[in-house]
Design a protein around this ligand. Structure first.
Ligand code: GDP
Ligand code: MG
Length: 212
């Protein structure tokens, strides 16, 4: 069967973080399975889609992946970028302390733009850890823990944990969607229950009125 004809969920995912941490390469690695040494500016505009089956839940998802295309440099990210976002990937570079130090600025920005959306923190460029690691794994892990974010160290260059990162984020998005569906249906059940009880009550009151 064609996977595209049986899509369970379509998810809008955005990727943010300081310029140069590897966001565009990370998306390219996930979508095309390749590493781009030179990224053309136009590649990052708008969004790209990928359909895949999540290994854990076996759900077929279509991911609409949005890249900032250089707007992050000036924090002038278009409002449309975060509209109806369902998952956020926040990235820093393990070989660049400044990109890690700027994370609180991004957390604040995310909180202003999106409410209750799953976030995954990615420490990119793990391929370069022996030579140039500056940010320890524990630092990334603790930062993520503090905000309830998922966390991976990964590499767009050699592909390590790239798929895992997207899959984990998607699983988390789907759990959140299912949670809110359950909440909605239990809220509407409670409303139905409330109305049927209050209708019964009214009928009984009317009966009592007629009886007396
Ligand atoms: P963006 O500005 O966050 O979109 O970053 P880019 O994807 O344009 O990458 C910025 C620079 O980092 C480029 O020179 C890439 O070749 C390099 N880069 C991106 N990902 C990796 C990675 O996983 N490992 C290494 N060593 N370099 C990377
Ligand atoms: Mg880019």
């Amino acid at each position: 069967m064609n996977i595209k004809s049986t899509i369970d969920n379509t998810l809008k995912i955005v990727i943010v973080g300081e310029s140069g941490v590897g966001k565009t390469n990370f998306l390219y690695r996930f979508i095309e399975g390749k590493y781009l040494k030179i990224v053309e500016p136009t590649l990052g505009t708008d969004f790209k889609s990928k359909v895949c089956t999540l290994p854990k839940s076996k759900k077929n998802v279509k991911m609409n992946l949005w890249d900032t295309a250089g707007q992050e440099r000036y924090m002038s990210i278009n409002k449309i970028f975060f509209q109806r976002v369902q998952g956020i990937m926040l990235m820093y570079d393990i070989t660049n302390r400044d990109s890690y130090e700027k994370l609180p600025k991004w957390v604040k920005f995310i909180n202003e733009q999106a409410y209750n959306v799953p976030v995954i923190l990615i420490g990119n460029k793990i391929d370069d850890e022996n030579e140039n690691r500056i940010v320890r794994k524990e630092e990334g892990k603790n930062f993520a823990k503090q905000y309830g974010y998922l966390f991976y160290e990964a590499s767009a260059l050699n592909g390590k944990n790239v798929n895992n990162a997207f899959y984990s984020l998607c699983e988390s998005c789907i759990s959140k969607l299912e949670e809110s569906e359950v909440l909605n249906s239990s809220a509407s059940n409670s409303l139905l229950e409330y109305f049927s009880i209050s209708n019964k009550k009214k009928k009984n009151e009317n009966k009592e009125k007629i009886c007396c």
